[in-house]
Design a protein around this ligand. Sequence first.
Ligand code: MLC
Ligand code: AMP
Length: 526
Amino acid sequence: MNANLFALFESRFPADRTACCIETHDELYYTWDDLDRATAKLANLLVALKLPAGARVAVQVEKSPEALFLYLATLRAGYVYLPLNTAYQEAEIDYFVGNAEPSVVVCSSANFGWVSKVAFRHGTAHVFTLDDDRSGSLLARAASHPDKFETVASADDDLAAILYTSGTTGRSKGAMLTHRNLASNALTLHAYWGWRSDDVLLHMLPIFHVHGLFVASHGALLAGAKMIWAPKLDMAQILKFLPRSTVMMGVPTYYVRMLQEPRFDDDTCRRMRLFVSGSAPLLLETFDAFRERTGHTILERYGMSETVMLVSNPYDEAVGERIGGTVGTPLPGVSVRVVDGEANACAVGEIGNIEVKGPNVFKGYWRMPEKTAEEFTADGWFRTGDVGRFGGEIVSHAGARKVPDNYVTIVGRSKDLIISGGYNVYPKEIESFIDEMPGVAESAVIGVPHQEFGEAVVAVVVRKPGSDFDEAAFGAAGFEAKLIGTLKTRIANFKVPKRVHVVNELPRNTMGKVQKNVLRQQFGAL
Ligand code: MLC
Ligand code: AMP
């Protein structure tokens, strides 16, 4: 059997190919037939380029149905898709392209100048443009290719995608996901969340990360269900499209924003059957307020770029209750264990490191065998870097409640990671950008609680006196503004600190390590 993920989707297309597959926020309608023909043309174009086996197709474009088709065409043609956050700037793209050495790069026409320079410098043979209004050289070139394509035969273990996740050392690692990783997870979620062919998914997430590209899109594609496609989180569009939708997925910030909108209520959700939250912790306060406002219980699940989805609260009430503050139980086929520092299994209720195994767990980090080896135990478990427990108690303003022994609660992370609005930020990477700036002796980047984004990035800086960046020249507020302004030109906007505090020295322990907990206490309020 062909293990190509696209072949699985194809086998589930609805019998009526003239049915609507994607409706866009600006009233374009794409049928399943359109999807089939557009992906065939793009796949034919990729094949005509005579790319080497396993070639990477790196893509940094705004969200559009055509961007999704490009992903599907890459699968279909047997190549490897590499999505890139649209917020990434030149230094970030330079690293990804240099590391992944893609044969094809697709970018927006606004960025073509600098992206193509970066790509050609790293030996990329083909650079195309694709804009969110269907213009650009990619579609123009694909237009002359046939609209029929026989999906390439792939093996289970062949790569389907590489997703870069930031590393604790400051350098991103490319998580290699195979057709089997993605297909097994999509099939599991299809059954576990009760996807139906008459579902309508309101798709508002970005499509360059696991949540929007895999979890949301794969769910609808596998069900043969329609998607309503909006470019980004937008309350006006939620109010307009949610009443016609049955499924929606978001990071916690989506739910916080929905609750801030007074017109959002149970009537807006009248057809909804499922709200999913993930990518960052959903506050119990949000979970409770959402249920009170709408009568719907958000289903929280837990996953990672390296593993797709791991643990989920139940969809089916007969299977179990959705418990706020927990991420639910391990998905069918996924094994989860909690271990202490000596790799001994923790008892129920005891906090430890979360390790996982299953057909969904990635193949390794792209061209980083040592990093891959570090993250797996000798007996093949992947170390997630998340800290949690089975069972125990959830404590809230309403008191303590016992959690069943098979439910997982995430209590923190052993990795130095900030999750802001569902995007990961590794302090080390930001610190290295700040430390390079004139006038900075050293820095420490921390995450502090933020009402909307969950966590916000904050930098604590020790200045080097006597430079351009001197406080004397700008004053304290000027120094902060200058530093933030400079960072905005260099790194993705969500990584830029919301505040910069200047200190004379960073607190260190006896080993010389910066005590970030002390900084979090001191600078915890924005
Ligand atoms: C935007 N801004 C952010 C931010 N997003 N700041 C911190 N954290 C964020 N996540 C800032 C910008 O820098 C800018 O600041 C200002 O907000 C306006 O930018 P915007 O782009 O207009 O913001 P908005 O559209 O409101 O975006 C917020 C958001 C977005 C929450 C909708 O961040 C988002 O779509 N997040 C989803 C991320 C996601 O899909 N994660 C899944 C990862 S997969 P300024 O100063 O320039 O004005 C994964 C695995 C799993 O984790 O389990 O799913
Ligand atoms: P990424 O590397 O972008 O795939 O992000 C994966 C990380 O997001 C995980 O390792 C967790 O730390 C975090 N995460 C995902 N879902 C949840 C959740 N429901 N609750 C808490 N953290 C989560």
